[in-house]
Design a protein around this ligand. Structure first.
Ligand code: PAF
Length: 294
């Protein structure tokens, strides 16, 4: 049975037996509004920890939302989320208040007296360009949650690929000792990546939103002819979406660095896209193999 903790003390109490027994602790941080994508992360965590506890946090983190973003309207569905956790055999849900996570208040900017995590240059590109401060907010809350849960393994979706890369870097660069595992993106039958933000889409926008994944699939098919061919195929698909306002479409190496100018046949790469469909910003990404059939 899933147990619910809303304070640091309750969490510590629920995890005390596992700590005493030296059990492997698995962790899936979320902002709630749980869907099949989150459920798949819980299953990956369960596989990793065996009989050890799987902990899920549900916390809409104000620090990672910029002015004018969807903090207020972000869906909060705790009852339904607990049902998902129960179904997936999660042991502990940690659903703290904002005060519990930020007892000193949520302050941003250079005048803050709080210690926060500086995410480095990888946070300035792609999502970071349009969402200044976003990844600092993500890494700060994940570091706090790692400190509270003290997991051995933490599972994040590949859907937020830049976030996953940055959390990996944080765990390794700050020697946090957490094994950060990426889990594949879950998709609707028509290819749309599952996301809590999909619920903002009108039926027409929902239909147009598939353009993103269709563009990435087209790039995968053309990647054997090189990076430019892959990008062209993706752009052609994206142009079909009338209400799709492209932010970026890029091909990088798997760690989000630059690819060599003339990649060897069979080089692994990543293609990432972000676009606004109506007023909703969506992101997606897929792996590519450059210069060789997949
Ligand atoms: O991916 C998310 O849901 C959030 O960014 C995370 C990792 C839970 C931090 O708030």
């Amino acid at each position: 049975m899933t147990q619910l903790a809303s304070t640091r003390e309750e969490l510590a109490k629920l995890l005390a037996p596992a700590r005493r027994d030296g059990a492997v602790v698995g962790f899936v941080p979320t902002m709630g509004a749980l869907h099949e994508g989150h459920a798949s992360l819980m299953r990956v965590a369960r596989e990793r920890v065996g009989g050890g506890p799987v902990v899920v946090s549900i916390f809409v983190n104000p620090l990672q939302f910029g002015a004018g973003e969807d903090l207020d309207r972000y869906p909060r569905t705790l009852e339904a989320d607990l049902e998902v956790c129960e179904r997936e055999g999660v042991d502990v849900v940690f659903a703290p208040s904002v005060d519990e996570v930020y007892p000193g208040g949520v302050s941003t900017g250079s005048t803050s007296e709080d210690v926060t995590v500086a995410p480095g240059p990888l946070a300035e590109v792609l999502e970071g360009k349009t969402r200044p401060g976003h990844f600092g907010g993500v890494l700060t809350v994940v570091a706090k949650l790692f400190g509270l849960v003290r997991p051995d393994v933490a599972v994040f979706g590949e859907k937020d690929y830049q976030q996953l890369a940055l959390i990996r870097r944080m765990s390794s660069d700050l020697c946090l000792g957490v094994d950060v595992v990426g889990a594949p993106t879950q998709r609707e039958p028509d290819g749309l990546a599952l996301s809590s933000r999909n619920r903002y889409l009108t039926p027409d926008q929902r239909a147009e939103a598939t353009t993103l994944s269709q563009a990435l699939y087209a790039a995968q098919r053309e990647a054997e002819h090189g990076v430019e061919a892959a990008l062209q195929a993706a752009r052609a698909e994206l142009r079909r979406g009338k209400d799709v306002d492209l932010d970026y479409l890029v091909v990088t190496d798997p760690a989000l660095g630059d690819l060599p100018a003339n990649p060897e046949p069979g080089t692994d790469a990543r293609i990432l896209v972000a676009a606004r469909v109506g007023t909703t910003r969506l992101i997606d990404n897929m792996s590519l193999t450059i210069g060789a059939p997949r």
